[in-house]
Design a binder for this molecule. Sequence first.
Ligand SMILES: [Zn+2]
Length: 398
Amino acid sequence: MLLDRFIKYVSIDTQSDEDSKTTPSTLKQYDLLKLLKNELDELGVQNELDECGRVYGFIPGNPSLDPIGLCSHVDTALECSGKDVKPQVIKNYDLSDIKLGKSGLILSPKEYKHLNECKGKTIITTDGTTLLGADDKAGLAIIMEVVESLLKLDPSKRHPLYVLFTPDEEIGRGPEHFNTKKFACKYAYTIDGANIDYISYENFNAKAANIVVKGKSIHPGSAKGIMINASLVLADFINKLPKDEIPAKTEGKEGFNHLCYMEGSVEKASANYIIRNHSKEIIERQVQDFYNIKSELEKAYPGVEISLEIKDQYHNMYEIIKDHPESVNHAKEVFKKLGVDLKDAPIRGGTDGATFSFKGVPTPNLGTGSYNHHGRYEFAVLEEMEKMVELVTELLKA
Ligand SMILES: [Zn+2]
């Protein structure tokens, strides 16, 4: 049963760790990966837990139909503990404020508007001490239920299905070791979003910039004409970047430069930026801004050394999807038949599906019916998760 399955998964601590060099980043993610493998084994599904901590499964179907993939991640976010999760199940929700255990925290429909649409439904919350981990254990539970219901169908009546469960999505390493031979589908879906009537197939192009300024230190009393204060040069650099292209002043498809970290002394100062934009052309202009400011300051401060390193992180999957729209069209058509009008939701961030898309498997993202991810106010709506099982199963029917 979906609820039992979901509660079982969220009870397992699977937080990833960005400082770890191992794959998966934490061994405890195997607790859930192995459980998923066992469940596939028990269902008689051909599968493998590989040496990188990825579970790949395959269910044969009608060979004349496109093979489709489904993917979710086992790890939970770093912002909040995922240990000893004690979910509260509120049946027949009456739109009142929900007390999160004895924590004193309140989950209120006044603040979290989606709750207003959940009258009479079953809400699963935290007890206020941890996150829930519906991101992405709701996705895992939905996929496993879909697998169960597909197995009841005659193989000629279903698309061949590939499933993939990854660790380390929250630290951006989910798509590492992605093996297209073991996930040989025409297209796939990550089940890792919130609202079930949204589909995402556009995400940021992403780059990271590192600026290091080396100055010249000398006693401030006799510094005239000699000292180059690296921190002041860096401050100048930061001030010359466009003032309105920052996260606090942008939304929708507007991109930004985000100063994540800086430190400085007279001799040396450094800053890390992330650069984001949905448009490939505009992000190149943003990058050019960094190079232009570097040259400008090198002229303004003779003798200063400025190093600027800009690395690619990920790309907007729309570049791929625009030429391979089958995944999006198929989801929109099938969902519509079941009364759900899928709306487009460009992601202001990244998604594992972006990397999968560039590696040859176009992979938009679908919702899970869970909300407020990464914190204590996270909650899931059982009926929406159930609807997702129905919708995704329908995607795979002939
Ligand atoms: Zn997620």
